[in-house]
Design a protein around this ligand. Structure first.
Ligand code: MF3
Ligand code: CO
Ligand code: CO
Length: 246
């Protein structure tokens, strides 16, 4: 966050538009039979072609340009030779770094025909993110955001992952504050106009507990239940917020 936030918003808008543009291209190719490495290649090329860098590439040793997290993978799945099949769900998480500023966004895609439960999970996760975005404006508390998400998700019988959260973003990929996707109304710090952060709820059909695999990145649900996620990067204003990754 910087004092003159007009400039910060312009730069984040540009990075965010590139990141969401990459996901629009991913949407066209995610079909049964595709390898997650093909998604990675498309993201790498789209972001490069738009004069930006893929922020995940080499971030703390991460080996690829995006995260591809399917089925019981909660987040940080590493693109590989893995082939997506009919009935899978897969989250693709893309972060573009353009002119020194970051835009971070993800969507969960359905591969072919997925189960009713998976459809409900994906829909509920998206709704929870959008519902929380609608209440954002200067003066609300961080706990208000978490509580809207948690209430929406738990009413459908799903659970909110606790081990990962949204984050401030700007010239750094991850910065203060942490944006928890659960909480109590009125709790936590008040948000101010000019703040830029992500909202990226990870929602499970089973328990919220996760564990990280031996590759040091891939986070999965402990109970092997399905997990979905959506992410937007937003900027807070006096009477609302701007979504930079539409
Ligand atoms: N894009 C993820 C987020 O939403 C972070 C990925 S870090 C990586 O914060 F190294 F795994 F790419
Ligand atoms: Co993020
Ligand atoms: Co992300």
């Amino acid at each position: 966050m910087i004092e003159n936030y007009k400039e910060a918003f312009e730069k984040t808008r540009l990075a965010g538009t590139i990141a969401s543009g990459a996901l629009d291209e991913v949407a066209k190719i995610v079909k049964p039979g595709i390898k997650t490495d093909e998604i990675d290649k498309l993201c790498y090329e789209y972001i490069n072609d738009h004069g930006a860098f893929s922020a995940p590439l080499f971030y703390r040793g991460f080996p690829k340009s995006c995260c591809t997290s399917s089925n019981h993978i909660v987040c940080h799945g590493i693109p590989s030779e893995k082939i997506l099949k009919d009935g899978d769900i897969v989250n693709v998480d893309v972060t573009a770094l353009k002119n020194g500023w970051h835009g971070d966004t993800s969507r969960t895609f359905e591969i072919g025909e997925v189960s009713i439960k998976a459809q409900k999970l994906v829909r509920t996760t998206y709704e929870a993110m959008m519902k929380s975005i609608k209440i954002i404006k200067e003066g609300i508390h961080l706990g208000d955001i978490g509580s809207v998400i948690q209430n929406h998700v738990e009413a459908e019988g799903f659970s909110v992952v606790r081990d990962f959260c949204g984050h401030g973003i700007g010239q750094k990929f991850h910065e203060k504050p942490n944006i928890l996707h659960y909480g109590k109304p009125g709790a936590g710090e008040k948000i101010k106009s000019g703040m830029i952060f992500t909202i990226e709820p990870m929602i499970n059909t089973g328990n919220f507990e996760t564990k990280t695999l031996n590759d040091g990145w891939t986070a999965v649900t402990k109970d092997k239940s399905l997990s979905a996620q959506f992410e937007h990067t937003i900027g807070v204003t006096k009477d609302g917020c701007e979504v930079f990754t539409l």
